[in-house]
Design a binder for this molecule. Sequence first.
Ligand SMILES: Cc1cc2nc3c(=O)[nH]c(=O)nc-3n(C[C@H](O)[C@H](O)[C@H](O)COP(=O)(O)OP(=O)(O)OC[C@H]3O[C@@H](n4cnc5c(N)ncnc54)[C@H](O)[C@@H]3O)c2cc1C
Length: 496
Amino acid sequence: MAPQIFLLIFASLLLSIPTSISTPPPRICVIGSGITGSSLAHFIKHYTCSSQARTQCLNDIHVFERRGHPGGRMATVTIGGDVFEAGASIIHPKNLHALHFASLLNLPHKPKPASGDDDSWFGIWNGEKFIFKTLPPPPPSSSALYRKLYSLLNSLLIFKRYGFSLLKMNAFVKGMLEKFLGYYKGLESRPVFATVEEMLQWSKLYELTQQTLQEALQKTGLSAQLISELVTVITRINYGQSVSISGLAGAVSLAGSDDGLWSVEGGNWRIAAGLLNHSDVNLYLNEEIISVSYTEGSYSLKSKAGNDHNCEITVIATPLDELNISFTPPVSIPSRRLQHTFTTFVRGLINPKFFGLKSASEVPDLVGTIERPDIPFSCISVLKKYTNEEKTYKMFSRAPATDDLLDQMFSGIKETIRIDWPAYPHYEAPEVFAPIILDRRHLYYINSFENAASAIETGAVAAENVARLIISRLLHSDAQTIRTHTNDLESLHIDL
Ligand SMILES: Cc1cc2nc3c(=O)[nH]c(=O)nc-3n(C[C@H](O)[C@H](O)[C@H](O)COP(=O)(O)OP(=O)(O)OC[C@H]3O[C@@H](n4cnc5c(N)ncnc54)[C@H](O)[C@@H]3O)c2cc1C
């Protein structure tokens, strides 16, 4: 019997098991306070401690974070007194977990910029010239009718260049989103998955991880021009990579250019901070874990600061690829390269000469680029206009932006902030996935799912599955796999 089917049947059998609590719940250690660590804590508490749950409440959760604040790759920077997203900045309207978290935590959605001040003025730069530009935005004082007309004309311009291929691209993204919605199905009809492969096969998304985006789009009949221009621009913006990323990461990336995208006022990191607070976990900031050793039913976590923490269950909620955590006994995961995205914020004014133009007002607010090795950046966008001579820009590049480059690209620079993000996996189809259960006991790795696609929502979906997996496995754990609670855990009742 396939493991996920077993777990589904197992979970439904539990509905008839009565609750009894006589020993303390197992302690759960979580390494990482980003969206995966914080949503794991939320789902564990939600499934076992909410008023409807008839289970032993798993409320002994300890989250370790090496930085001085929670959120991980959801982080902000402040420039000229304004707060901007530095990492994960946009959330799709169909990301139901993120929507639910924002509503649960009363986090307001950031209002959209006033029309004419957004990034709808868009151009594609090929290193020598703009091969495509939408129309410059209408003045803020223009009428609603004028704006509608402007938006219609822009749609016509895009359609003129890429034709019916655009409809095929939209259908491709819609197909992926519909399959992804399976992960929100009711718990009775959605198995608990022990591997990423099973999780993706169940939703029929696995195949997309075994081919490149380019292959997947060619099969759906997209034109070569659309793939090498608009699609490439979007994958370079969202994953800093070309159309040779996997079809699934590519589809997620393309969904990031849909309408209705949103973010949290004050920063998306507030979702992680809010979930940790709401779940009432023990949060240890500035506590970097350097080793995880298993002996006699318990994991001992050592921190750089010299502290020891002991837990029956340990969850890794961060990519392991560039970390030096030592595991005893050792764990084995496929090697994976992370794509570094260099994010540079500049307060100043773009230099039109860099783009062969006369005036900065001719440079679109969002400049995307095609694949050409001599183009030194992936994209640049205006985040805020202070005056016609002073704006704040965000630039993504695959290599650090040197002072020399910034001097060529900008004038009157007042402030610069640089971040080197180990941003997301370097996607290479066919993708291989690390195990979720790293040691056949209770050492779990949520970020094995990141090889499917890296995003706030995919992190939450992966964490929800790991939360259910932990609960389900505790229920049939034996003395060898976990020290405590054999009888009590068997009597847990979960509304899964
Ligand atoms: C520039 C950029 C733009 C992005 N844009 C978007 C976007 O627009 N929309 C979107 O949905 N996604 C976007 N993403 C992807 C998204 O940010 C990630 O997929 C998601 O935030 C990953 O969350 P996580 O919790 O798995 O990992 P992380 O957020 O990386 O959290 C892991 C945490 O673990 C901590 N940690 C690591 N090692 C240790 C240790 N040894 N001990 C203790 N703590 C440790 C880290 O400090 C970190 O806080 C973007 C990412 C980047 C970098």
